[in-house]
Write a protein that binds this ligand. Structure first.
Ligand SMILES: O=P(O)(O)OC[C@H]1O[C@H](O[C@H]2O[C@H](CO)[C@@H](O)[C@H](O)[C@H]2O)[C@H](O)[C@@H](O)[C@@H]1O
Length: 386
Protein backbone atom coordinates (compact mmCIF):
# COMPACT_ATOMS: atom_id res chain seq x y z
CA UNK A 1 0.00 0.00 0.00
CA UNK A 2 1.63 3.17 -1.14
CA UNK A 3 0.12 5.97 0.85
CA UNK A 4 3.38 7.63 1.81
CA UNK A 5 4.67 8.41 -1.62
CA UNK A 6 1.60 10.38 -2.56
CA UNK A 7 0.85 13.31 -0.35
CA UNK A 8 -2.36 14.49 -1.97
CA UNK A 9 -5.92 13.46 -1.36
CA UNK A 10 -7.44 10.39 -2.99
CA UNK A 11 -9.54 12.40 -5.39
CA UNK A 12 -10.74 10.60 -8.49
CA UNK A 13 -9.21 11.97 -11.63
CA UNK A 14 -11.16 9.81 -14.08
CA UNK A 15 -14.68 8.47 -14.21
CA UNK A 16 -13.06 5.04 -14.08
CA UNK A 17 -10.65 5.15 -11.18
CA UNK A 18 -7.03 4.53 -12.08
CA UNK A 19 -5.26 3.78 -8.85
CA UNK A 20 -1.57 3.88 -8.16
CA UNK A 21 -1.72 1.83 -5.03
CA UNK A 22 -3.76 -0.92 -3.50
CA UNK A 23 -5.78 1.65 -1.59
CA UNK A 24 -6.18 3.90 -4.60
CA UNK A 25 -4.59 7.11 -3.41
CA UNK A 26 -4.60 9.58 -6.27
CA UNK A 27 -2.29 12.45 -6.82
CA UNK A 28 -4.32 14.90 -8.91
CA UNK A 29 -7.31 16.97 -8.05
CA UNK A 30 -10.23 16.97 -10.39
CA UNK A 31 -9.79 19.27 -13.32
CA UNK A 32 -13.32 20.64 -13.12
CA UNK A 33 -13.81 24.37 -13.70
CA UNK A 34 -13.94 26.20 -10.37
CA UNK A 35 -17.47 27.45 -11.01
CA UNK A 36 -19.05 26.83 -7.64
CA UNK A 37 -18.17 23.93 -5.43
CA UNK A 38 -14.76 25.42 -4.76
CA UNK A 39 -13.50 24.99 -1.26
CA UNK A 40 -14.37 28.06 0.76
CA UNK A 41 -11.71 29.34 3.09
CA UNK A 42 -13.79 31.97 4.83
CA UNK A 43 -17.11 31.76 6.54
CA UNK A 44 -20.21 30.02 5.26
CA UNK A 45 -21.27 31.35 1.86
CA UNK A 46 -24.94 31.22 0.85
CA UNK A 47 -25.49 29.65 -2.55
CA UNK A 48 -28.27 31.59 -4.28
CA UNK A 49 -31.18 29.37 -5.36
CA UNK A 50 -30.82 28.96 -9.10
CA UNK A 51 -33.64 28.57 -11.51
CA UNK A 52 -34.71 24.99 -10.78
CA UNK A 53 -33.86 22.36 -13.37
CA UNK A 54 -36.51 20.38 -15.17
CA UNK A 55 -38.07 17.35 -13.52
CA UNK A 56 -36.90 15.32 -16.50
CA UNK A 57 -33.38 15.63 -15.05
CA UNK A 58 -34.14 13.29 -12.18
CA UNK A 59 -36.18 10.96 -14.39
CA UNK A 60 -33.57 10.70 -17.10
CA UNK A 61 -30.64 10.07 -14.79
CA UNK A 62 -32.47 7.24 -13.01
CA UNK A 63 -32.65 8.93 -9.60
CA UNK A 64 -36.37 8.40 -9.19
CA UNK A 65 -36.20 4.78 -10.20
CA UNK A 66 -33.39 4.20 -7.68
CA UNK A 67 -35.41 6.03 -5.01
CA UNK A 68 -38.46 3.86 -5.65
CA UNK A 69 -36.51 0.60 -5.48
CA UNK A 70 -34.53 1.53 -2.37
CA UNK A 71 -35.50 -0.19 0.86
CA UNK A 72 -38.67 -2.05 -0.21
CA UNK A 73 -40.98 -2.92 2.68
CA UNK A 74 -40.32 -6.14 4.54
CA UNK A 75 -42.62 -9.09 4.20
CA UNK A 76 -43.35 -11.36 7.11
CA UNK A 77 -42.00 -14.78 6.26
CA UNK A 78 -43.49 -18.09 7.23
CA UNK A 79 -41.02 -20.69 8.56
CA UNK A 80 -39.73 -23.36 6.19
CA UNK A 81 -37.51 -26.20 7.38
CA UNK A 82 -34.81 -25.57 4.76
CA UNK A 83 -34.93 -21.83 4.36
CA UNK A 84 -36.39 -20.60 7.66
CA UNK A 85 -39.73 -20.56 5.86
CA UNK A 86 -42.55 -23.08 6.47
CA UNK A 87 -44.30 -22.84 3.17
CA UNK A 88 -43.87 -20.79 0.08
CA UNK A 89 -47.09 -18.84 0.61
CA UNK A 90 -46.88 -16.57 -2.40
CA UNK A 91 -44.65 -15.40 -5.23
CA UNK A 92 -42.59 -13.33 -2.84
CA UNK A 93 -41.77 -16.32 -0.63
CA UNK A 94 -40.88 -18.43 -3.65
CA UNK A 95 -38.55 -15.68 -4.86
CA UNK A 96 -37.03 -15.40 -1.38
CA UNK A 97 -36.48 -19.19 -1.12
CA UNK A 98 -34.75 -19.28 -4.47
CA UNK A 99 -32.67 -16.20 -3.52
CA UNK A 100 -31.55 -18.03 -0.37
CA UNK A 101 -30.14 -20.88 -2.41
CA UNK A 102 -27.78 -18.28 -3.90
CA UNK A 103 -27.09 -16.49 -0.58
CA UNK A 104 -27.34 -19.23 2.08
CA UNK A 105 -28.05 -18.35 5.69
CA UNK A 106 -24.86 -17.45 7.57
CA UNK A 107 -26.44 -19.07 10.65
CA UNK A 108 -26.64 -22.37 8.84
CA UNK A 109 -23.08 -21.97 7.52
CA UNK A 110 -21.43 -21.60 10.90
CA UNK A 111 -19.83 -25.09 10.74
CA UNK A 112 -18.31 -24.26 7.37
CA UNK A 113 -17.04 -20.92 8.65
CA UNK A 114 -15.63 -22.66 11.72
CA UNK A 115 -13.78 -25.17 9.52
CA UNK A 116 -12.30 -22.40 7.37
CA UNK A 117 -11.37 -20.40 10.47
CA UNK A 118 -9.15 -23.12 11.93
CA UNK A 119 -5.73 -21.60 12.76
CA UNK A 120 -6.85 -18.32 11.24
CA UNK A 121 -7.24 -14.83 12.71
CA UNK A 122 -10.83 -13.68 12.33
CA UNK A 123 -11.51 -9.96 11.80
CA UNK A 124 -15.07 -8.67 12.05
CA UNK A 125 -16.48 -5.61 10.27
CA UNK A 126 -20.01 -4.41 10.93
CA UNK A 127 -22.29 -1.84 9.38
CA UNK A 128 -24.63 -0.03 11.79
CA UNK A 129 -28.09 0.94 10.43
CA UNK A 130 -30.13 -2.05 9.31
CA UNK A 131 -27.41 -4.40 10.61
CA UNK A 132 -26.97 -3.70 14.31
CA UNK A 133 -30.11 -1.58 14.65
CA UNK A 134 -33.42 -2.06 12.86
CA UNK A 135 -34.43 0.50 10.24
CA UNK A 136 -36.80 3.03 11.82
CA UNK A 137 -38.49 6.16 10.51
CA UNK A 138 -36.48 8.59 12.63
CA UNK A 139 -32.69 8.30 12.09
CA UNK A 140 -32.15 9.88 15.51
CA UNK A 141 -33.96 6.97 17.14
CA UNK A 142 -32.07 4.10 15.48
CA UNK A 143 -30.90 2.59 18.76
CA UNK A 144 -29.31 -0.81 19.12
CA UNK A 145 -30.69 -3.08 21.80
CA UNK A 146 -28.69 -3.83 24.95
CA UNK A 147 -28.58 -7.50 23.96
CA UNK A 148 -27.08 -6.55 20.58
CA UNK A 149 -24.56 -4.30 22.33
CA UNK A 150 -23.49 -7.14 24.56
CA UNK A 151 -23.21 -9.52 21.57
CA UNK A 152 -20.95 -7.00 19.78
CA UNK A 153 -18.91 -6.50 22.96
CA UNK A 154 -18.37 -10.26 23.34
CA UNK A 155 -17.29 -10.55 19.71
CA UNK A 156 -14.89 -7.62 20.07
CA UNK A 157 -13.24 -9.26 23.10
CA UNK A 158 -12.32 -12.26 20.96
CA UNK A 159 -11.71 -10.80 17.50
CA UNK A 160 -10.45 -7.47 16.15
CA UNK A 161 -13.73 -5.72 15.36
CA UNK A 162 -14.70 -2.46 13.65
CA UNK A 163 -17.95 -0.70 12.82
CA UNK A 164 -17.98 1.05 9.44
CA UNK A 165 -20.99 3.34 9.06
CA UNK A 166 -22.36 6.02 6.76
CA UNK A 167 -23.04 8.14 9.85
CA UNK A 168 -20.47 10.46 11.38
CA UNK A 169 -17.94 8.61 13.53
CA UNK A 170 -18.97 10.52 16.65
CA UNK A 171 -22.64 9.70 16.10
CA UNK A 172 -22.03 5.99 15.61
CA UNK A 173 -19.79 5.88 18.68
CA UNK A 174 -22.54 7.64 20.66
CA UNK A 175 -25.06 5.02 19.50
CA UNK A 176 -22.84 1.98 20.11
CA UNK A 177 -20.92 3.19 23.15
CA UNK A 178 -18.36 0.37 23.24
CA UNK A 179 -14.66 1.02 23.70
CA UNK A 180 -13.54 -2.46 22.69
CA UNK A 181 -13.69 -1.82 18.95
CA UNK A 182 -12.67 0.53 16.14
CA UNK A 183 -14.97 3.00 14.41
CA UNK A 184 -15.09 4.37 10.88
CA UNK A 185 -17.68 7.01 10.02
CA UNK A 186 -18.82 8.79 6.84
CA UNK A 187 -18.65 5.58 4.77
CA UNK A 188 -15.05 4.96 5.84
CA UNK A 189 -13.81 8.52 5.24
CA UNK A 190 -13.17 9.00 8.97
CA UNK A 191 -11.31 6.09 10.53
CA UNK A 192 -10.07 5.81 14.08
CA UNK A 193 -7.81 2.79 14.10
CA UNK A 194 -4.95 1.27 16.04
CA UNK A 195 -1.54 2.92 16.02
CA UNK A 196 0.70 0.82 13.84
CA UNK A 197 3.76 1.09 11.70
CA UNK A 198 1.80 0.68 8.51
CA UNK A 199 2.76 2.68 5.41
CA UNK A 200 -0.43 4.70 5.76
CA UNK A 201 0.94 6.26 8.98
CA UNK A 202 3.11 8.59 6.90
CA UNK A 203 0.22 10.04 4.93
CA UNK A 204 -0.66 13.68 5.76
CA UNK A 205 -4.32 12.78 6.21
CA UNK A 206 -3.29 10.26 8.83
CA UNK A 207 -2.57 11.77 12.21
CA UNK A 208 -1.97 10.51 15.72
CA UNK A 209 -4.77 11.30 18.11
CA UNK A 210 -6.33 10.03 21.31
CA UNK A 211 -9.64 8.28 21.74
CA UNK A 212 -12.31 8.93 24.38
CA UNK A 213 -10.25 6.99 26.93
CA UNK A 214 -7.07 8.90 26.17
CA UNK A 215 -5.54 5.92 24.35
CA UNK A 216 -3.26 6.75 21.43
CA UNK A 217 -4.94 6.04 18.10
CA UNK A 218 -4.52 6.73 14.41
CA UNK A 219 -7.01 9.02 12.67
CA UNK A 220 -7.30 8.72 8.89
CA UNK A 221 -9.49 11.29 7.12
CA UNK A 222 -8.84 11.16 3.36
CA UNK A 223 -11.52 13.77 2.59
CA UNK A 224 -10.43 16.39 5.14
CA UNK A 225 -10.29 19.19 2.59
CA UNK A 226 -14.00 18.68 1.84
CA UNK A 227 -15.23 19.53 5.35
CA UNK A 228 -16.11 23.20 4.54
CA UNK A 229 -17.73 22.19 1.26
CA UNK A 230 -19.88 19.51 2.92
CA UNK A 231 -20.89 21.98 5.60
CA UNK A 232 -21.89 24.51 2.96
CA UNK A 233 -23.90 21.97 0.98
CA UNK A 234 -25.55 20.69 4.17
CA UNK A 235 -26.75 24.20 5.02
CA UNK A 236 -28.00 24.78 1.47
CA UNK A 237 -29.83 21.44 1.51
CA UNK A 238 -31.51 22.26 4.84
CA UNK A 239 -32.63 25.59 3.45
CA UNK A 240 -33.83 24.24 0.13
CA UNK A 241 -35.77 21.28 1.52
CA UNK A 242 -37.34 22.94 4.55
CA UNK A 243 -40.72 23.29 2.79
CA UNK A 244 -40.84 19.55 1.96
CA UNK A 245 -42.74 17.81 4.75
CA UNK A 246 -40.82 14.86 6.19
CA UNK A 247 -37.47 15.70 4.57
CA UNK A 248 -34.48 15.48 6.90
CA UNK A 249 -30.87 16.42 6.24
CA UNK A 250 -27.95 15.08 8.27
CA UNK A 251 -24.37 16.38 8.37
CA UNK A 252 -21.83 13.57 8.74
CA UNK A 253 -18.83 15.92 8.41
CA UNK A 254 -17.36 14.22 5.30
CA UNK A 255 -20.71 13.53 3.63
CA UNK A 256 -24.30 14.59 4.05
CA UNK A 257 -27.61 12.70 3.76
CA UNK A 258 -31.07 13.74 2.64
CA UNK A 259 -33.75 11.40 3.99
CA UNK A 260 -37.05 10.97 2.15
CA UNK A 261 -38.48 7.98 4.10
CA UNK A 262 -41.07 10.28 5.69
CA UNK A 263 -41.75 12.36 2.57
CA UNK A 264 -44.95 11.60 0.64
CA UNK A 265 -44.07 9.71 -2.53
CA UNK A 266 -45.71 12.37 -4.71
CA UNK A 267 -43.03 14.80 -3.42
CA UNK A 268 -40.04 12.55 -4.18
CA UNK A 269 -39.47 14.14 -7.61
CA UNK A 270 -39.35 17.56 -5.90
CA UNK A 271 -36.80 16.52 -3.29
CA UNK A 272 -34.71 14.73 -5.93
CA UNK A 273 -34.79 17.80 -8.18
CA UNK A 274 -33.74 20.14 -5.35
CA UNK A 275 -30.76 17.94 -4.51
CA UNK A 276 -29.93 17.58 -8.19
CA UNK A 277 -29.96 21.38 -8.69
CA UNK A 278 -27.62 21.93 -5.74
CA UNK A 279 -25.22 19.20 -6.84
CA UNK A 280 -24.88 20.83 -10.26
CA UNK A 281 -22.83 23.53 -8.51
CA UNK A 282 -20.52 20.97 -6.94
CA UNK A 283 -18.73 18.87 -9.55
CA UNK A 284 -16.43 17.54 -6.83
CA UNK A 285 -19.34 15.94 -5.01
CA UNK A 286 -21.40 12.94 -6.09
CA UNK A 287 -24.62 11.25 -5.15
CA UNK A 288 -25.13 7.68 -3.96
CA UNK A 289 -28.39 6.00 -2.99
CA UNK A 290 -29.01 4.38 0.37
CA UNK A 291 -32.16 3.10 2.04
CA UNK A 292 -34.65 5.93 1.41
CA UNK A 293 -31.75 8.36 1.61
CA UNK A 294 -29.76 10.40 -0.91
CA UNK A 295 -26.13 10.58 0.15
CA UNK A 296 -23.82 13.32 -1.06
CA UNK A 297 -20.12 12.67 -0.78
CA UNK A 298 -16.77 13.78 -2.23
CA UNK A 299 -15.68 12.35 -5.55
CA UNK A 300 -12.77 10.47 -4.03
CA UNK A 301 -11.73 6.91 -4.53
CA UNK A 302 -12.59 5.89 -1.02
CA UNK A 303 -15.38 3.73 0.32
CA UNK A 304 -16.20 1.10 2.93
CA UNK A 305 -14.10 -1.47 1.03
CA UNK A 306 -11.02 0.76 1.22
CA UNK A 307 -11.76 1.26 4.92
CA UNK A 308 -11.73 -2.53 5.44
CA UNK A 309 -8.36 -2.76 3.66
CA UNK A 310 -7.02 0.19 5.66
CA UNK A 311 -8.08 -1.28 8.99
CA UNK A 312 -6.69 -4.71 8.11
CA UNK A 313 -3.38 -3.05 7.27
CA UNK A 314 -3.39 -1.05 10.51
CA UNK A 315 -4.09 -4.23 12.44
CA UNK A 316 -1.15 -5.93 10.75
CA UNK A 317 -3.57 -8.32 9.02
CA UNK A 318 -3.23 -7.42 5.35
CA UNK A 319 -1.47 -9.51 2.72
CA UNK A 320 -1.60 -12.56 4.95
CA UNK A 321 -3.03 -15.94 4.16
CA UNK A 322 -4.08 -16.67 7.73
CA UNK A 323 -6.77 -14.00 8.00
CA UNK A 324 -10.48 -14.59 7.66
CA UNK A 325 -12.51 -11.38 7.39
CA UNK A 326 -16.25 -11.17 7.90
CA UNK A 327 -18.22 -8.10 6.83
CA UNK A 328 -21.92 -7.81 7.68
CA UNK A 329 -24.02 -5.07 6.07
CA UNK A 330 -27.40 -4.35 4.54
CA UNK A 331 -26.96 -1.51 2.07
CA UNK A 332 -25.55 -0.66 -1.37
CA UNK A 333 -22.57 1.09 0.22
CA UNK A 334 -21.64 -2.20 1.89
CA UNK A 335 -21.09 -3.84 -1.49
CA UNK A 336 -17.59 -2.28 -1.73
CA UNK A 337 -16.73 -3.97 1.54
CA UNK A 338 -18.11 -7.32 0.36
CA UNK A 339 -15.83 -6.98 -2.68
CA UNK A 340 -12.84 -6.22 -0.44
CA UNK A 341 -13.53 -9.45 1.48
CA UNK A 342 -13.57 -11.45 -1.76
CA UNK A 343 -10.18 -9.97 -2.72
CA UNK A 344 -8.39 -10.94 0.49
CA UNK A 345 -4.98 -12.55 0.08
CA UNK A 346 -6.20 -15.57 2.03
CA UNK A 347 -9.24 -15.99 -0.19
CA UNK A 348 -11.09 -16.24 3.09
CA UNK A 349 -13.56 -13.42 3.23
CA UNK A 350 -17.24 -13.66 3.97
CA UNK A 351 -19.55 -10.86 2.91
CA UNK A 352 -22.88 -11.31 4.67
CA UNK A 353 -25.88 -9.37 3.38
CA UNK A 354 -28.64 -8.51 5.83
CA UNK A 355 -31.87 -8.54 3.86
CA UNK A 356 -35.41 -9.77 4.16
CA UNK A 357 -36.02 -9.25 0.46
CA UNK A 358 -34.16 -10.78 -2.48
CA UNK A 359 -31.31 -8.47 -3.60
CA UNK A 360 -28.37 -8.98 -5.92
CA UNK A 361 -25.14 -8.67 -3.98
CA UNK A 362 -21.43 -9.44 -3.90
CA UNK A 363 -22.05 -11.02 -0.51
CA UNK A 364 -21.64 -14.75 -0.10
CA UNK A 365 -24.10 -15.42 2.71
CA UNK A 366 -27.20 -13.74 4.12
CA UNK A 367 -29.03 -12.97 7.34
CA UNK A 368 -32.65 -11.90 7.48
CA UNK A 369 -32.52 -8.98 9.93
CA UNK A 370 -30.59 -7.54 12.91
CA UNK A 371 -32.00 -10.22 15.23
CA UNK A 372 -30.32 -12.86 13.05
CA UNK A 373 -27.13 -10.75 13.07
CA UNK A 374 -27.17 -10.97 16.88
CA UNK A 375 -27.63 -14.78 16.75
CA UNK A 376 -24.77 -15.02 14.28
CA UNK A 377 -22.43 -12.92 16.46
CA UNK A 378 -23.27 -15.14 19.43
CA UNK A 379 -22.62 -18.24 17.31
CA UNK A 380 -19.17 -16.86 16.41
CA UNK A 381 -18.38 -16.37 20.09
CA UNK A 382 -19.51 -19.94 20.90
CA UNK A 383 -17.49 -21.27 17.97
CA UNK A 384 -14.33 -19.55 19.25
CA UNK A 385 -14.88 -20.61 22.85
CA UNK A 386 -15.43 -24.22 21.87
O1 LIG B 1 -23.77 2.71 6.79
P1 LIG B 1 -24.90 2.70 7.76
O2 LIG B 1 -24.47 2.64 9.18
O3 LIG B 1 -25.93 1.65 7.43
O4 LIG B 1 -25.62 4.13 7.57
C1 LIG B 1 -26.38 4.41 6.40
C2 LIG B 1 -27.41 5.47 6.69
O5 LIG B 1 -28.08 5.03 7.88
C3 LIG B 1 -29.04 5.91 8.44
O6 LIG B 1 -30.20 5.93 7.62
C4 LIG B 1 -30.85 4.68 7.50
O7 LIG B 1 -31.34 4.28 8.80
C5 LIG B 1 -32.36 5.18 9.35
C6 LIG B 1 -32.69 4.69 10.75
O8 LIG B 1 -33.13 3.37 10.74
C7 LIG B 1 -33.56 5.23 8.42
O9 LIG B 1 -34.54 6.12 8.93
C8 LIG B 1 -33.12 5.68 7.02
O10 LIG B 1 -34.20 5.62 6.13
C9 LIG B 1 -31.99 4.79 6.50
O11 LIG B 1 -31.47 5.29 5.28
C10 LIG B 1 -28.47 7.28 8.63
O12 LIG B 1 -29.45 8.15 9.12
C11 LIG B 1 -27.88 7.80 7.33
O13 LIG B 1 -27.35 9.07 7.52
C12 LIG B 1 -26.78 6.83 6.93
O14 LIG B 1 -26.14 7.29 5.75
Amino acid sequence: MDLKSNHSSPVLTDPIPVTNSRLGIHSNLLSYPPSGGTLPTGKYIMIPRKKPGKLEDVWSNGWLEAMRSSSPPRKKLIKHKDFNIDAAADDFDIAYCSWMTKYPSALKSIDQISKNAENKIIAIFLDYDGTLSPIVDDPDRAFMSDSMRSAVKDVAKLFPTAIISGRSRDKVYELVGLTELYYAGSHGMDIMGPVSHAESDGHPNCIRSTDQQGKEVKLFQPAREFIPMIDEVFKTLVLNTRDIKGAKVENHKFCTSVHYRNVEEKNWPTIAQRVHDILKDYPRLRLTHGRKVLEIRPVIDWNKGKAVEFLLESLGLSDRDDVLAIYIGDDKTDEDAFKACILLESNLGYGILVSSVPKESKAFLSLNDPSEVKKFLKALVNMEQE
